[in-house]
Design a protein around this ligand. Sequence first.
Ligand SMILES: Cc1cc2nc3c(=O)[nH]c(=O)nc-3n(C[C@H](O)[C@H](O)[C@H](O)COP(=O)(O)O)c2cc1C
Ligand SMILES: Nc1ncnc2c1ncn2[C@@H]1O[C@H](COP(=O)(O)OP(=O)(O)O)[C@@H](O)[C@H]1O
Length: 314
Amino acid sequence: MELIEVTTTPAQDQTPITLVIGKFDGVHRGHVQLLQNALQHKQGKLAVMSFSDHPRWILRGEDEYRQHLTPLQHKLVLLESMGVEKFYHINFTKEFSAITAEQFVQQHLAALNVQRLVIGADFRLGKDGSANAETLSKLCGDIGIIVDVIPLLQATTEKISSTSIRHFLKNGQIEAANEQLGRKYAVWGEVIHGNALGRTLGFPTINLGGMAHDYVPPKPGVYIGRVEVTTENNKKEQLPALISAGFRPTVDGKHYLIEGYILNFSGNLYGQQVAIYFEQLVRNELKFENLDDLIAQMELDRQHAEHYFHRVLQ
Ligand SMILES: Cc1cc2nc3c(=O)[nH]c(=O)nc-3n(C[C@H](O)[C@H](O)[C@H](O)COP(=O)(O)O)c2cc1C
Ligand SMILES: Nc1ncnc2c1ncn2[C@@H]1O[C@H](COP(=O)(O)OP(=O)(O)O)[C@@H](O)[C@H]1O
């Protein structure tokens, strides 16, 4: 997939493309539906134009929107696996937020050879949402671009959206988040060193650093999930695991950290790039009086996880 960084406006490019526009945070089921529609009627190459950095972070400084369901690197891998061939990455800035529909069409779309444009029905861009699906369709029609506006995909109770997935994660409702994502919520990161306490407790854990801090953090708690590691013959393998996500009030209490204890595993994973997949919340995190009480509870967590995996793996 070709990655095109757009700092002001895209450079002229005459390659015919079918273009899908959106933030695509999470690459959830709604996004997948847009991409599938674009693929079905594809003319030229399949391209995505996406804005990174959430408007609520850039414009209102809402810290929780600094984090993503899929940071850029993760988003690119998911989009490529779905057949996207070109990716226009627009850095969302205050200036870009004030763009009008006319300017967007003239400055961003007219430079490209867009055969077909695919957007979701809730598409909004520019100051006060001045560019919505209807205005954009009309302006594109004027310059001969066909626009497909795709109705929003509904979940059983509400519309599928990155915002509701964020809420579910914040509440520890992993299954609901995964249902809307159409995949398991995954956090990528590098295995970093901690306090080397885990091994003495009988529960060594990989501690996630690096890009893990760019993800929306699930509610503090203990989860069942999987750790994806790279084996010696360079294959990816997903191993059953218990995840501790949170502030570890017994030993720290200040810094949010995602850790994974892999069941029936021993080996050195320091420095590896891994993915941690969340499946189910087991319990909230607790502050224990002493480490023996923490160990006793982790023992119970391990038994719970063994039962869970026995059920799902048999
Ligand atoms: C299954 C499991 C459950 C955990 N539950 C808690 C908890 O309820 N409260 C807490 O403070 N820390 C909890 N932790 C985090 C441990 O305190 C942490 O893994 C341990 O201190 C080792 O730290 P280290 O990775 O820096 O060596 C849990 C860890 C695991 C693996
Ligand atoms: N079952 C396991 N699950 C997770 N990590 C393991 C496991 N067995 C061995 N390890 C290794 O042990 C390391 C964690 O040991 P730990 O004592 O918790 O120290 P620290 O938290 O300081 O890294 C992991 O980074 C990994 O390399």
